[in-house]
Design a protein around this ligand. Structure first.
Ligand code: AHG
Ligand code: MN
Ligand code: MN
Ligand code: MN
Length: 361
């Protein structure tokens, strides 16, 4: 078919989200506008990454960020691009970035006049009054502008991670708006700058993947309704930390290598960019983990903008995300840069890890 050879009915990410949102009569396109600004940030970073060497974007800035990490030039550039894109969407009220110590409270004039209309007819003093009201609807965005910084200079896949909360009334934005459990997110996603540029998104009903067509500058739906395989053949962890692992982690990895039930041993894949490791896990199945260890009892990955968005995607694709103690999306962060151990991936494989933690008591 001509249509197969040259896809002519392109499902762009904007069209897809507009279709989805049209199921909600109260929707006025605010989410689509916000997402379009995130997409713009992703396209900009993608284009910078593709010419990182040429554009002298390789290397360090000389600064140390709030995480105690050396900042790369691309960390700083991506952070600036996303902050500007998000603020200029006119739909955000508070932003949290890995690279900024404090949450960014968007100034009132840029919080946008993003109103939802409501109307009411009521009787007062024997007269009918008609009232037109406005409900403000604003978003909080938490993000890791550039994930996998250690892989920038050698051209290995890196990404951007984001999570979105919604606040419905017009109170002054406070940290409480973002210090919410991950299950309260209305959407989450990541963009991977890999052999192609892929954006994976969930608005709470399944997970969909879009690939950037560079000639069009549009993300096109290429991976509809991603479901993670129920059980996988791959595990992914930084084994260099093994001597400091807790018992259940060590036992699980031992089982991957020397299965006791006669099943074949699993393959190890570890890129060192969470986005790329999670992307592979979503598509191929298996587990990705950044466990606690003796040196870092809370692991390494940050709750708000790494653990939550990826756990949200995993659950929406039929997988699970577990901290070693509880469902990851039930965590209630107390500080914006909190960290947590994380085990995520195929449903059955995470069940196995949960059983090992339960057995330990
Ligand atoms: P970031 O580059 O945003 O600081 O995140 C790095 C994270 C994550 O991408 C990856 O899963 C992990 O660090 C790798 O850590 P190790 O080098 O300790 O394995
Ligand atoms: Mn970092
Ligand atoms: Mn990261
Ligand atoms: Mn980062």
């Amino acid at each position: 078919h001509a249509a197969d050879a040259h896809r002519t009915d392109l499902m762009t990410i904007t069209r897809f989200v507009l279709n989805e949102q049209s199921k909600y009569p109260e929707s006025r396109g605010d989410f689509t506008i916000l997402l379009n600004h995130i997409v713009l940030g992703c396209k900009f970073v993608c284009s910078s990454v593709n010419k990182a060497g040429l554009a002298k974007l390789i290397g360090l800035t000389g600064e140390i960020n709030i995480q105690g990490e050396e900042q790369k030039k691309l960390d700083v550039l991506s952070n600036e691009v996303f902050i500007k894109a998000l603020v200029s969407s006119g739909r955000t009220c508070i932003l949290v970035s890995e690279e900024d110590e404090d949450a960014i409270i968007v100034e009132p004039s840029k919080r946008g006049r993003c109103f939802h209309l409501f109307s009411a007819l009521f009787l007062m003093n024997n007269c009918f009054h008609y009232e037109l009201g406005l409900i403000q609807c604003r978003y909080c965005v938490v993000f890791d502008p550039l994930d996998g910084s250690s892989n920038i200079d050698c051209g290995v896949s890196i990404g951007t991670i984001f999570g979105i909360y919604m606040v419905k009334d017009d109170h002054e934005p406070t940290l409480a708006d973002v210090l919410q459990p991950g299950k309260q997110m209305v959407a989450a996603g990541y963009c991977m700058y890999g052999s192609s540029c892929t954006l994976v998104l969930s608005t709470g009903k399944g997970v969909n993947g879009f690939t950037l067509d560079p000639s069009l500058g549009e993300f096109i739906l290429t991976h509809p309704d991603i479901r993670i395989p129920k059980k996988g053949k791959i595990y992914s962890v930084n084994e260099g930390n093994a001597k400091n692992w807790d018992g259940p982690t060590a036992k699980y990895v031992e089982n991957c290598k020397f299965p006791k039930d006669g099943s074949p041993s699993k393959s190890l894949r570890y890129i060192g960019s969470m986005v790329a490791d999670v992307h592979r896990t979503l598509l191929y199945g298996g587990t990705f983990m950044y466990p606690a260890d003796k040196k870092s009892p809370s692991g390494k990955l940050r709750v708000l903008y790494e653990v939550f968005p990826m756990s949200f995607l995993m659950e929406n694709a039929g997988g699970q995300a577990f901290t070693g103690k509880q469902r990851a999306l039930d965590l209630v962060p107390t500080k914006i840069h909190d960290r947590s151990p994380i085990f995520l991936g195929s449903y059955d494989d995470i069940e196995e890890i949960k059983a090992l933690y339960a057995a330990e008591g």
